[in-house]
Ligand binder design. Structure first.
Ligand SMILES: [Mg+2]
Length: 408
């Protein structure tokens, strides 16, 4: 089975997505997600100009060989653009191989290790009443684990809380603004550190001790500040504290770990297993946050999770709406197959997005399942995709109250 052609699909059904479509000479079609939020066209060009011309007539079954050819063959390794492009090829080829086998992808990865994939939903509010309503709304939708993000008094906008309410009554998440330049937000670390423990105290008082609660710090703290927060949140028994400090400094997590037993999740901006080497080997984290889309695909993610399993570190695959349904489905097949599954982030996409991406994965009673369709179970309607033209969008930039650029 040879690769007959490949096409890059750029579409904006509510937000931008980049998808690679690979076709084989016996008529199978596979899809891979290559969406890099805010830098989408760089990956589209990497694929169109440098990868698609190399795919023609390759053996579609040789996934490991193609992965190594694209990774080592480029000479310039790693980085989000390269790894998103390679991920798209890798996932499309796994999709094709599983279709050729007549099986859902998870069967080729070893078969199901569980009956369903525990998902967490997002709750958020500008203030406490709005946040408690949002937690109730997620529970009513069936979520059994909930991420909690709250406004901070004195700060107008903040990560995780959008300016406008979403259709389900909460404060939505979509942070990529369609402006010619990134929006700018203001950040005050001391105000956040004072306020957040009071939020978790109130949520625990309202919903009791059982509900697993998560929180995303979004890279904003120094290691000692992260240690302080982790310690302050211990009475509220978090499932995890995410991205507590910028990820480049792996050794910084040693300091956080020495001071708190709050479980730590990290890695949504990582691209390779090398970004995790110290963190996993020294058991400085509890959950791996990588997305299939941004870490080179199924092939390296499987290796990463197997490495993490040696140290009792579990998965927590990144699942925001800027991962397309193709990328989401790829992650769900891994979730179902690996032994060291932890939890899956799950944000439903818009109806417009589902018009372009036809999916067989389902969400029910707090659990997601990739479905039994051969392949990854997502197809792209190219006619529908063509209706939604690309629109430039940027993630916000963050500044301290004195104007200094800070991590967003
Ligand atoms: Mg995050």
């Amino acid at each position: 089975m040879r690769i007959a052609g490949a096409d890059v699909i750029v579409t904006c059904p509510g937000r931008n997505f980049v998808t690679l479509e690979i076709t084989t000479d016996d008529g199978l079609v596979g899809y891979g997600d290559a969406t890099l939020n805010g830098r989408e066209l760089a990956v589209a060009s990497y694929l169109r100009d440098h990868v698609v011309p190399l795919l023609a007539d390759r053996d579609a079954h040789r996934i490991e060989d193609t992965w190594q050819y694209l990774y080592r063959g480029a000479y310039w390794r790693r980085g989000p653009v390269t790894m998103a492009a390679i991920a798209a090829v890798d996932v499309a080829l796994w999709d094709i191989k599983a279709q050729a086998a007549g099986m859902p992808l998870y069967q080729l990865l070893g078969g199901a290790s569980r009956t369903g994939i525990m998902a967490y939903g997002h709750a958020s509010g500008r203030d406490l009443p709005e946040l408690l309503d949002s937690v109730r709304a997620r529970r009513d939708e069936g979520f059994r684990s909930i991420r909690v993000q709250s406004g901070v008094p004195g700060l107008e906008t903040i990560y995780g809380i959008s300016a406008a309410p979403d259709p389900t009554g909460g404060r939505g998440y979509e942070p990529a603004g369609r402006h010619p330049r990134p929006a700018e937000e203001t950040w005050d670390t001391r105000a956040y550190l004072r306020h957040l423990p009071t939020v978790f105290e109130a949520v625990r008082n309202e919903f009791g001790p059982e509900l697993p609660l998560l929180h995303d710090v979004h890279h904003r703290l120094t290691p000692i500040q992260a240690a302080t927060l982790g310690k302050a949140l211990e009475p509220y028994d978090l499932f995890w504290m995410e991205d507590c400090t910028p990820a480049e400094n792996q050794e910084g997590l040693r300091l956080v770990r020495r001071h708190t037993t709050t479980p730590l999740a990290i890695g949504e901006v990582f691209n390779t297993v090398f970004d995790y080497q110290t963190l996993i080997r020294e058991q400085l984290i509890d959950y791996v946050r990588s997305a299939v889309t941004h870490t080179g695909g199924i092939t390296p993610m499987r290796k990463l999770f197997d490495y993490a399993a040696l140290y009792q570190v579990k998965s927590g695959i990144h699942g925001p709406t800027d991962i397309s349904p193709v990328g989401m489905a790829a992650g769900l097949h891994l979730d179902l197959a690996i032994h060291n599954f932890g939890i899956q982030e799950f944000m439903p996409h818009t109806a417009e997005t589902y018009e372009v991406f036809r999916r067989s994965y389902t969400f029910s009673d707090g659990y997601v399942h990739p479905g039994e369709t051969p392949g990854i179970g997502v197809t792209v309607d190219k006619e529908a995709a063509a209706k939604f033209e690309y629109r430039p969008a940027y993630l916000p930039v963050n500044r301290l109250t004195d104007g200094t650029v800070h991590d967003w």
